[in-house]
Design a binder for this molecule. Sequence first.
Ligand code: ITT
Length: 197
Amino acid sequence: MERLFLATGNKEKIKEVKAILPSGKFILETCLERPDMPEVQEDGATLLENSIKKSISAASYFKMTAIADDTGLEVEALNGSPGVYSARWAGENCTYMDNNLKLLRELKGVPWSKRKARFISVITIASPYGKIESFEGIVDGYITEKILGDEGFGYDPLFFVPEFGLTYAQMPASMKNRISHRAKALKALSKYLEELK
Ligand code: ITT
């Protein structure tokens, strides 16, 4: 089994990555087991820069292959915001709900046709020797006019996926994990790792 360090302490993200990656193939360690991982400033201008930074930092500190996921929600009517600022969009110590309420406020009165958005995950794998590869997963959707559903985390209750007629938060976890931005990026990563064998 391949040992991989997953450079995050975000519990919901860890749960999803563990559920999505093929079972029995990887032993994942995370910042929950290794909180000594040095803090990484997510100050890159892009999701790609941040995911590279987090994965390289973990790979060199733990001397093992590491993956990092940087995810953002881009809203068309807000010129791509919150994007790379998705985590702390409503302020330094904001909650997921603070971010969702800010998004609802910013889009107040905006008609459905102009509420297009997309979720993007960029996942980078870094070796301790500095080799890196990155993979992207994108899902297009719309921002709803109210909170819908209580599964998932982050912006899930406002992200509506038209093909399924549900927000991410209205989907059972198994469904989100089949079709999400994170699932797409992780599938591309798994394929790459298979091909290396
Ligand atoms: P790490 O950097 O430690 O991995 P983070 O919470 O800062 O954790 P990101 O920068 O990747 O993670 O994500 C930014 C924010 O985007 C995150 O705090 C959530 O609010 C939101 N987000 C990420 N993935 C999401 C998902 O699958 N569904 C809904 N919201 C998500």
